[in-house]
Design a protein around this ligand. Structure first.
Ligand code: ADP
Ligand code: MG
Length: 1069
């Protein structure tokens, strides 16, 4: 089962409990002794059986005062590869000396955002806890990793860094920072770590690293402070140890080309500085591989190729310096026997060869203001050379750290470093005891004393003092306070460092031995100090005469004073410094500052510098909330699975773990000032939320009672609340987590409401403003329009009044308007057909123009009409035209005939007798119509046919041609003005053939007469008579037809012998 789910499961359970309103009331459920509370049981049941080997927290040990039980618990767990165990919040870590599968990404996820006790102990839990404290309480944190050399400090610090790099939120920028933070490790380890007897990868410098986080919790930058590099290792290594890794990496891994440029051979045995320990190869180290890693890391951090080249020039030149050999002259002055080295050195360091040579064999003395070059003997020259190597390497290392810091610095201007939260990681050299211990071990062990002091100050001492100050009943725990040893080393005037400095500065021939004597004189009586001379017989056997012993909190160490003064002075002859200041190597020019040459002040000694830097470190650490990782080394042989009880007991003792445990058991896991506590948790109790008005202590008391804390679980001090078990607090934290969500929702909704309301108000205001403006604009426009309209009307009225006057300013608008509107009206209502005679009435001024237009329009329509007329229609119209000219307004039934089309003939071929047709032959008949003929005498009516031929009109009865009237003999035609169909064809009497005028009646009188008039060309010979028609009967005899109007047509012979025709009136006149 995935452990990380347990935390979530717990939270869910608690959430539902909180919902039901009885959270913390049922305290059995949440807070109880181990094994008896529900959640704890549930939680523990989720841990595998393996996790429960021994106890995960020493606080839970039955016999917590027993060292045996303590060691036994460590052993049980170590056997199961459970290397981590807590003492409260302190993590005890055993070095497994083998790779355990507990650092995967899944493991990291399991520890992320989960409370300390919910999962098995792990370095990730410490890292996560520090991270969350930083985020929630906005307090800088530091993780202090201590333990002796090889106990796993550096590994632990790397695990912490990896944890942050993988689990913290990231953006693109942050990713590069993460990479750089991670990659700074292999680089610094290459230049600052070495194989020692204790550890194949021993850090030979102290390192404090700040990781900076932005407000979102993403790592955005870093800063490293380095402490005292063990420079002596550059020129000398004890048997079985090595120089710094980088030398071997370069020689083993460097490409042929590179090595040729650097003048190096692929064999470490060739270099004096690498052969002292007689240990060029180490099975656990792959120099060639590490070289690749370092090269890659350098470029990720941002080193340019040129910078890497210059850096390697320096590393190579150190090796060449080591191979510089001296010969001695009779006078004792040393000379250099290895010219090639000088050649390489001059090139690699970018200095003049002769200057370098002289500086390596002479010493510049200033006597009475004059500079003198005094030759060195062989031994002096060799130590000058080694001093130069150390100086070059040491300063380059510092340059490297600065360079890395540049690349880790967060460069965004918007980011205020004051807003950054910081987690510090301290991985500093552990307590160290060798066969022969020198100045370096003295410094390293002093540093560990200081850290132990800090641990005591921050945990044991301060904790107990606090109980006292807060008036909490408390049973004091005895512990060893190592302040006395710190004072022995660092006290002003009386401390070992002061005495060492004094010997270094004092005129006369001070030496390491005089320093030892001075120590005996000054601190001889100190309980933690001993020398051969001061010791009793038994101790003398294990102490050299040149040694002094310090009884450290972690054990006794004998220090050999040889080299103390030199190392403390850290002297580099002036002329060597001058030579380096002239270097063309860009790194060296930054390392050797010319100002140093003119500065008359004596530089601080190494020990004092170290002391001061430690004091600063303590300040940094004190300002942060610490988390502790206490590393234990299971054996000296770097072997997996070997549990060396003696060695471990020793470490447990000097690390003060037992005292730590006792204080922890007796004390309270957590304390906070009332205001902080109340501020954080007040939302969990209705009485304290949102504000508590009374005394803080009462508020806190109300709050914890509401939460259901049992009396033995907490105490109220003067200014703080003390909570005994972490789980009580964690349960409260979980409740807060749940509460926060609902608070956040509330806040969000009120904020959303508020912001929406503000937005709405703003919008409303804007709308009103816009509306007002718009209305204003509209009103202005309307007013303007009205004004214009009034003006127009006024102008119009005036124009109307003056309309009959000649054009003048008063009426011109009106007249134009009338004209315009008439034309527009005309344009809209032009007649569409020739028959449409409508036309708008023009204004007086346009009468003439209107008439013209009307004519034009008509012409145009006529023209268009005519253009579209076909020949038949034309013919028809021509006939109609003739009819119109003859009959219009003259004969009553004319109008009825107008709409009736004239036809070509009223009789077809079959209507006419074939005989007659034959008689007529080819002559073309133009028109034929049935008619009624009235006899001239008796007026008898007879049916006849009237045929119009080309030259004559023929009257036919059946097949008989009755009468043929030549058109030339047709004198005229008479009709009445009434609606009858009577007509008389008058013929010339001279023509004998003719029988007199012919009286005919025809239905289609208008058509027939029109045809006759056209065929005979007698348009002007048709008489329309009123009343009566006279006609020739024969030889001077006359007949008369009288026409009267009546209701219907009546044709009869009247008594007076006239033919009387009564015709109806169709059209009233
Ligand atoms: N957690 C661990 N898992 C596996 N090996 C470890 C672990 N911690 C330390 N080691 C081994 O122990 C060696 C020494 O550890 P290191 O951290 O360098 O010690 P220190 O910095 O305390 O001197 C490492 O090189 C590694 O081989
Ligand atoms: Mg280390």
């Amino acid at each position: 089962m995935d452990l990380s789910n347990i935390g979530n499961l717990m939270r869910k359970t608690q959430a539902s409990i909180v919902e039901k309103g009885y959270f913390f009331k049922n305290t059995d459920l949440v807070i109880a002794a181990v094994g008896s509370d529900g959640i704890r049981v549930m939680m523990e049941s989720a841990l595998t059986a393996r996790d429960r080997v021994g106890v995960q927290d020493f606080v839970l040990l039955e016999n917590y005062t027993s060292e045996v039980a303590f060691i036994e618990n460590l052993r049980k767990r170590f056997k199961e590869n459970l290397i981590y165990t807590y003492i409260g919040s302190v993590l005890v870590s055993m070095n497994p000396y083998k790779d355990l599968e507990i650092y995967t990404k899944q493991h990291m996820e399991r520890y992320r955002g989960v409370n300390f006790y919910e999962v098995s102990p792990h370095i990730y839990a410490v890292a996560d806890n520090a991270y969350r404290s930083m985020r929630t309480e906005r307090r800088d944190q530091c993780i202090l990793i201590s333990g002796e050399s090889g106990a796993g400090k550096t590994e632990a610090s790397k695990k912490v860094l990896q944890y942050y790099a993988i689990t913290c939120p990231a953006s693109e920028h942050v990713q590069t920072v993460k990479d750089r933070l991670l990659q700074s490790n292999p680089v610094l380890e290459a230049f600052g770590n070495a194989k020692t007897l204790r550890n194949d990868n021993s850090s030979r410098f102290g390192k404090y690293m700040d990781i900076q986080f932005d407000f979102k919790g993403a790592p955005v930058g870093g800063h490293i402070i380095n402490y005292l590099l063990e420079k002596s290792r550059v020129v000398h290594q004890s048997h079985g140890e090595r120089n710094f890794h980088i030398f071997y990496q370069l020689i083993e891994g460097g490409e042929e080309d590179l090595l040729r440029r650097l003048g190096l051979e692929k064999n470490p045995q060739q270099y004096q500085y690498l052969v002292k320990g007689n240990c060029p190869k180490v099975s656990s180290i792959n120099d060639r591989n590490d070289w690749k890693i370092v090269r890659k890391a350098l470029s990720i951090i941002g080193f340019t190729d040129d910078e890497v080249e210059e850096l390697l020039n320096i590393i190579a030149s150190v090796l060449h310096l080591g191979n510089v050999q001296y010969g001695g002259e009779d006078s004792g002055s040393a000379y250099i026997t290895t010219e090639t080295q000088i050649k390489y050195l001059a090139r690699l360091l970018g200095v003049d060869g002769t200057v370098l040579k002289e500086a390596l064999t002479h010493k510049k003395i200033i006597a009475k203001g004059e500079e003198l070059m005094s030759p060195l003997n062989q031994e002096q020259a060799a130590s000058a050379r080694d001093a130069l190597s150390k100086a070059i390497y040491g300063r380059t290392f510092t340059w490297l750290v600065n360079k890395i810091n540049d690349s880790l610095a967060f460069k965004d201007d918007s980011f205020n470093s004051k807003n950054a939260s910081v987690i510090g990681l301290l991985d500093i050299y552990g307590f160290e005891v060798f066969q022969n211990n020198s100045f370096e071990q003295f410094c390293i062990n002093y540093c560990n004393e200081k850290l132990q002091q800090l641990f005591i100050e921050l945990t044991l001492k301060s904790e107990q003092e606090e109980y006292e100050a807060e008036g909490i009943t408390w049973e004091p725990v005895q512990y060893f306070n190592n302040k006395i040893i710190c004072d022995l080393v660092e006290e002003k005037f009386k401390g070992i460092i002061s005495i060492l400095d004094e010997e270094c500065l004092r005129p006369g021939d001070a030496s390491d031995i005089t320093f030892l004597e001075k120590l005996e004189d000054t601190v001889g009586g100190h309980a933690h100090f001993l020398t051969h001379k001061l010791a009793d017989g038994k101790t003398r056997k294990v102490m050299g005469r040149e040694e002094f012993r310090l009884i450290h909190y972690a054990g006794e160490v004998n220090y050999n004073v040889n080299g103390f003064l030199d190392k403390n002075n850290d002297l580099l002859f002036r002329n060597l410094k001058e030579a380096m200041c002239m270097s063309e190597n860009k790194i060296l020019t930054q390392c050797f500052d010319r100002e140093e040459l003119t500065d008359k002040k004596r530089p601080e000694t190494a020990a004092t510098q170290f002391k001061n830097s430690l004091a600063k470190l303590m300040e940094i650490l004190m300002s942060k909330e610490p988390s502790y990782v206490r590393c234990i080394k299971p054996n000296d042989a770097k072997q997996a699975g070997r549990f060396d009880e003696v060695l471990i007991r020793h470490q447990v003792k000097y690390l003060g773990l037992m005292e730590n445990l006792r204080v922890r058991r007796a004390g309270f896991a957590y304390r906070r000032r009332y205001e902080t506590f109340l501020q954080r948790y007040k939302s969990l109790c209705p009485d304290t939320w949102p504000n508590w008005d009374g005394r803080l202590v009462d508020g806190v008391s109300t709050l914890v009672k509401h939460l259901g804390y049992k009396p033995e679980e907490y105490k109220l001090g003067r200014t703080k609340i003390f909570i005994r078990f972490p789980k009580t607090l964690f349960a409260t934290e979980d409740a807060l987590e749940v509460r926060k969500h609902s608070l956040a929702t509330q806040l969000q909704s009120s904020w959303k409401g508020y912001s929406q309301k503000t937005k709405y108000r703003k919008m409303r205001q804007s709308a009103i403003k816009i509306q007002a403006w718009w209305r204003g604009i509209l009103a202005c426009r309307k007013a303007k329009r009205r004004r214009e309209a009034a003006n127009t009307i006024r102008r119009f009225i005036k124009g109307f009044i003056y309309r009959h006057q000649p054009r003048c300013p008063e009426n011109e608008y009106f007249l134009d308007y009338v004209r315009y509107s008439f034309l527009m009206k005309l344009h809209r209502s032009l007649p569409k057909t020739v028959l449409d005679k409508s036309w708008p009435t023009p204004p007086p001024a346009l009468v003439e123009a209107s008439e013209q237009l009307r004519k034009l329009c008509m012409q145009n329509m006529v023209w268009k009409y005519c253009k579209n007329i076909n020949p038949e229609w034309k013919h028809q119209l021509e006939q109609k035209m003739v009819a119109s000219e003859i009959f219009k307004d003259k004969k009553d039934n004319y109008p009825q005939s107008v709409p009736k089309l004239f036809v070509d003939t009223r009789l077809n071929g079959e209507d006419i007798n074939p005989k007659l047709q034959q008689a007529l032959g080819n002559e073309k008949m133009k028109y034929a119509v049935p008619v009624t003929k009235y006899d001239r005498n008796g007026y008898k009516a007879r049916n006849r046919q009237l045929l119009l031929m080309a030259n004559s009109a023929i009257i036919v009865e059946e097949g008989k041609l009755k009468q043929c009237i030549d058109y030339s003999s047709l004198k005229g035609i008479s009709v009445s003005s009434l609606s009858d169909g009577m007509f008389v064809l008058h013929v010339t009497c001279e023509d004998n053939k003719q029988k007199g005028d012919v009286v005919l009646q025809c239905e289609h009188v208008i058509e027939t007469l029109t045809k006759v008039a056209i065929c005979a060309d007698k348009m002007n010979s048709i008489n329309i008579n009123q009343g009566s028609i006279k006609f020739n009967v024969a030889q001077g005899k006359e007949g008369i037809i009288d026409f009267t109007s009546g209701s219907e047509l009546l044709i009869a012979k009247a008594k007076n012998g006239h033919l009387s025709v009564t015709a109806p009136r169709l059209n009233s006149r």
